[in-house]
Ligand binder design. Structure first.
Ligand SMILES: Cc1cc2nc3c(=O)[nH]c(=O)nc-3n(C[C@H](O)[C@H](O)[C@H](O)COP(=O)(O)O)c2cc1C
Length: 325
């Protein structure tokens, strides 16, 4: 089949399909494997004027912290070849706003909600998790955004240290009790498997990967960094091969662990690559800024691929890449 058949360009919307795209990620049942990535779809309100959000596999909401965060100074986004660089700094209205305003609205819309939590100390993560346990009925799972500076470790990202990763995951898991947790790993490490192992030994139910890749761009006229925060996170098609490799590496090391694959998905073909590499579910991120219907089109493209290839169960595709040796 020609790859362009799975493209999601607005001129070529995929045909409706009858293939069953349900997946189970640990104890989480998803209507289909296509979620939207944290920070790229807000809490779903804007997106809901373009798509029926109940039809998404799920919405991973913007990362939330204990108190509202203003984020970093502007400019905090710039375009790059095949991607974008951002240093938003987790601007958000805080966990109380999520619980009082966003969550009830999302549940009323029949959306599957994955809460994303962030913090600068282990205690802050725990306090956000505590609030979700007591006030977050209906949350399907929690993604732990450990790509945050750890104030107790000279601002090193939690996700860059097996010890800090384990501390956050153990504590959040303990606070949440039953809710599934998916720590979100950073690709900016020497050994991703080592961090994954630390997270899993600490009780992670699954893993999300990847978060953005650290980068920098310079305006040659002014000689200033293009972002006020100097460095930012690279996302979009440029990072897709890194995401496919990361998912493949972690699936090979821990084949039983449900993975949410993300990074550079713009088409159904991109999503299918991550699924064949070992992701149980995937999340569309930067592509939402280009086309708010991107996730729906990816979903339709996956169903079409299944139909055309005689695949009746999504599970047949997970990790089905043919790699010798
Ligand atoms: C503008 C922007 C904001 C983001 N905010 C968050 C965030 O709050 N929490 C988080 O875990 N990831 C955040 N991300 C990372 C995405 O969720 C995603 O993991 C990453 O961008 C890779 O996927 P993509 O290439 O499809 O965008 C953000 C990405 C972008 C582009």
């Amino acid at each position: 089949m020609a790859l362009e058949d799975l493209s999601i360009g607005p001129k070529r919307p995929a045909a409706a399909s009858t293939a069953d795209t349900k997946v189970t990620a640990g104890r989480m049942e998803l209507k289909n494997p296509v979620l939207v990535a944290s920070g790229t779809f807000g809490s779903g309100r804007e997106g809901s004027s373009f798509i029926d959000i109940s039809k998404l596999g799920g919405i991973i909401v913007k990362s939330m912290t204990l108190q509202p965060w203003k984020g970093k100074p502007t400019p905090r986004m710039c375009e790059t070849p095949s991607g974008m660089l951002n240093a938003i700094g987790i601007q958000n209205k805080g966990v109380d706003h999520f619980l009082q305003e966003d969550l009830p609205w999302l549940l009323k819309k029949n959306a599957t909600v994955v809460a994303s939590i962030a913090g600068n100390t282990v205690e802050e993560f725990v306090r956000v998790a505590d609030k979700i346990r007591t006030g977050g009925r209906g949350v399907a799972a929690v993604e732990i955004n450990i790509s945050c500076p750890n104030l107790e470790d000279r601002n090193n990202m939690f996700a860059h240290s097996p010890k800090a990763t384990a501390e956050v995951v153990t504590s959040v898991k303990e606070a949440l009790k039953k809710t599934m947790v998916f720590p979100k790993l950073s690709p900016n490490v020497t050994s991703l498997s080592e961090i994954a192992e630390a997270a899993l030994n600490a009780g992670a139910d699954g893993l999300s990967l990847i978060n953005t890749v650290v980068g920098m761009q310079i305006d040659t006229q002014t000689r200033l960094p293009k972002l006020a925060g100097t460095y930012g996170g690279l996302s979009g098609p440029a990072v897709h091969p890194i995401a496919v490799r990361a998912v493949h590496e972690i699936h090979r090391a821990f084949p039983e662990v449900p993975l949410i694959g993300q990074g550079g998905i713009a088409t159904a073909d991109d999503a299918l690559q991550l699924i064949l590499a070992g992701a149980t579910a995937i999340a569309v991120g930067t592509a939402n800024f280009v086309d708010p219907m991107a996730a729906m089109k990816v979903q339709q493209g996956i169903a079409l691929y299944m139909e055309r290839n005689g695949v009746t169960d999504m599970e047949e595709l997970i990790g089905a890449v043919k790699v010798e040796g």
